[in-house]
Write a protein that binds this ligand. Sequence first.
Ligand SMILES: [Fe+2]
Length: 373
Amino acid sequence: MAKTKKSETTPKAASEKKGAINKRDEWGILEASYMLSNREISYETWIEECFPPWGQYINYQMEHTVIPSNKTALWWLGGPSWGMKVQDEIFLIDNYAGPSMVTRYENSGDCKSTGADRLHWIRINPQVIDIWHLKRVDALFITHHHADHCDIYTVKALLQTTSAKFVGPKMTVAALRNWGVPDSRIVEVKPGDRVKMKNVDVIVEDNYDMNALKTTVGLPKDAAAKFTMGDAAVSYIFNTKAGNIAFLGDAIYDNAFYGVGQRNKVDVTILDMGHNPSGSNDKLTPYDAYRIGKALNTKVLIPDHYDNWCCTYMPPDELETIVRENSKSMKTVILQVGAMFTYPDDKDIGRYKYPDWQERLDWRKARYTLEKI
Ligand SMILES: [Fe+2]
């Protein structure tokens, strides 16, 4: 597992000044003694104190974890959302900080593809990063313009609090411009492009997401007919010194992924997976996720997006079985929301386990009965 610095595992004392009750520790986690103190509570207090429920724990990790040049750190932020640190550079990919939502037939690809008048996307996963308190983000990479990938809450926060660039294909850029993102902060990309960052080269590749191409929300009327697949959705392959990491957004299986695999060396593939009701082809099935992993000749396959909406939720177990039974060289890694994954250190973990603070427990100080003080 990735090493954490000592300061990350030794929170400050609850009270620095005698008698004073600190509200939060350095991870932004609320002190229990503060929670139990009597005070006025309003709707605003509730939102401020309880949201995001993970405080700034991930923000702190992303900022303070030292990443050597031969390693790359990833954080699964739940659903399609990722954080990445390559040496000192920090990136977000398809970050979604929004709520549950409802999409309508007139402008939603998922509704048009299925014939549903409306679909409710009820959010399951917790919001694990505080997007208003990220001290550094170098770029937000967006695979397509669906609201859960091209997220107005993330974009507007990063616009004001960081100097991040916003990278996306043509239809995404149309949405960004509509939100007032200046051209100086936008990098428009298409398959075949290469985005050079300080420590990483990002290859922009084909993506096959017909639902994105059919989605016209936020775009001028009749504009959709003019757009191509490459205008709607792209894949990103981050070429780092530790290995090459591919993000496939909401890709649907297509033969053309074989070409992506032939043109690129891919070590880690991160792709969507989920349940599809009959008449829907929104998320990759576990077998199609495996097929894409095979087409890309990936070493590690990490599924995402199966966890965050009620209607497409599925447990990830089936993918593990399919990969185990069909491939000797490919490995699955099943993360949990908020997990930090360091490549290559964690490539063999199989399943991520949350920290249980075992290292903090001390039997010498433990009181097993009430008699001994
Ligand atoms: Fe999505």
